[in-house]
Design a protein around this ligand. Structure first.
Ligand SMILES: [Zn+2]
Length: 316
């Protein structure tokens, strides 16, 4: 019943969309938070960016309401994170494109960036030698935005798309994207130099592990009782026991938990081991309070780095 309603709704919108011309400012809808943050920064005054996820909502299993679908199809540009991260959007955003709506799947640019890196590594050109995980694992982890180097690829894609749709302001989009990419480069350098001064190189994570790309980039190991990268799977008692054993072996006293979810499993492990619980924010979405504080991706990543310094034994 619900499906029939959505199909009727889409048929009506496809008809309306033909009348859409280049608007000013451009209306941009994004799915997850980082895409929203970057769209508004790159677009500046020429873009009205909207984050589709309501505050506090879990991103992987999001179910759009009919009003969300209307908003998606009314937007001039839709930016999403791809079918691996957002299976709910696949039927909606792939296949025959809506007239008047440009859809940017940033995961496609990430795929080719990862492929280029793999090729470079195979020919001995890779810049990072201290890696514990094979590149292939990166293709199953949809949390590419947490790697500042891959984030640069996304920001460049956003700048390019805005410039193509609104060539009159391409200069502004390119300037904004370039300035932000420079900031991401600085963030990458800061993370590298900070982690190099940390005693430990293992992230103990009591939630669904969103930092696979981050860990790979900076040569970190990670331990989590959760299998895979989706937040809905429950860890087995054996996996929890195994994690507790590893924490004792490593003599580490901080366990990280994820945002927007009650950290039940992490809390049990913390109580069992006497470890402290710290948030390592995956930036999928913001809570209502964080939105009111106008938190940015850079704020989140800098806070994460402070907490990693705390948990991994940073020496100044
Ligand atoms: Zn996730």
């Amino acid at each position: 019943m619900k499906h029939r309603f959505i199909i009727l709704l889409l048929a009506g919108l496809a008809f309306q969309a033909q009348a859409v011309h280049a608007e000013h400012p451009m209306s941009v809808i994004t799915t997850i938070f980082p895409l929203y943050d970057w769209a508004r920064l790159v677009g500046g005054q020429h873009v009205v960016a909207t984050l589709l996820l309501p505050p506090g909502v879990e991103a992987h299993g999001f179910a759009p309401r009919p009003t969300d679908i209307v908003r998606i199809h009314k937007a001039q540009i839709v930016i999403w994170a791809g079918p691996l991260m957002e299976p709910w959007a696949t039927g909606l955003l792939t296949g025959s494109p809506q007239k008047g709506t440009t859809i940017l799947d940033v995961s496609q640019g990430i795929e080719s960036a990862l492929l280029t890196e793999t090729t470079q590594d195979q020919t001995g050109m890779g810049a990072h030698g201290n890696e514990h995980q094979p590149h292939a694992s990166g293709h199953q982890d949809p949390h590419f935005w947490l790697d500042p180097v891959l984030a640069k690829t996304i920001v460049a894609q956003i700048g390019k798309t805005f410039s193509e749709i609104d060539p009159g302001n391409a200069g502004t989009y390119q300037t904004n994207a370039a300035a932000y990419i420079k900031t991401l480069q600085e963030l990458d350098t800061t993370i590298r130099t900070t982690l190099a001064r940390c005693r430990h190189s293992t992230i103990l994570y009591g939630g669904h592990f969103a930092f696979g790309h981050f860990a790979r980039r900076y040569g970190l190991r990670h331990v989590s009782p959760y299998r895979g990268f989706a937040p809905d799977a429950a860890p087995t008692p054996r996996a929890v026991a195994d994690m507790i054993r590893q924490m004792k072996q490593l003599d580490m006293n901080v366990i990280y938990h994820e945002e927007l979810v009650d950290p039940k499993v992490a809390r049990i492990i913390a109580e069992e081991t006497g470890a402290r619980l710290l948030l390592l924010h995956g930036a999928h979405n913001l809570s209502r309070t964080e939105r009111e504080q106008n938190l940015t991706y850079l704020d989140i990543m800098r806070q994460n780095l402070e907490r990693l310094k705390d948990g991994l034994g940073y020496t100044p």
